[in-house]
Design a protein around this ligand. Structure first.
Ligand SMILES: [Zn+2]
Length: 106
């Protein structure tokens, strides 16, 4: 079933993601699903970075003669909000956005 561009009423191939007549883009919240996927890759990369940074920081804190592994754990947890935030946003962009109903944006 061919679909129709809501902006210029041109008939569009059902698989097409861009209207050939007016350039409207199929997507969610004004962006194509592909660009959301790229953003999610970036956010998941940020989460991985903060996890590694937290481990390095925690190890550094615990390595001092006056601190224990528990102090290192606290140091790691200090960075956990950043891990949870970027990881949560990344997972949302990757798995929730593509399941939302798509619209046409120009
Ligand atoms: Zn159009």
């Amino acid at each position: 079933m061919p679909s129709q561009c809501p902006h210029c009423m041109t008939e569009i191939h059902a698989e097409a993601s861009i209207c050939p007549a007016c350039g409207a883009v199929r997507g969610v919240w004004g962006r194509s699903v592909e660009s959301w996927r790229r953003a999610s890759t970036f956010m998941l990369g940020m989460a991985a970075f903060f996890i590694v940074a937290g481990m390095v920081f925690g190890t550094w804190v615990a390595s001092d003669y006056s601190t224990t592994w528990f102090d290192g754990l606290i140091g790691f947890l200090l960075l956990s909000p950043f891990m949870l935030f970027s990881g949560g946003v990344g997972l949302f962009l990757r798995y929730v956005i593509p399941r939302m109903p798509e619209g046409w944006y120009r």
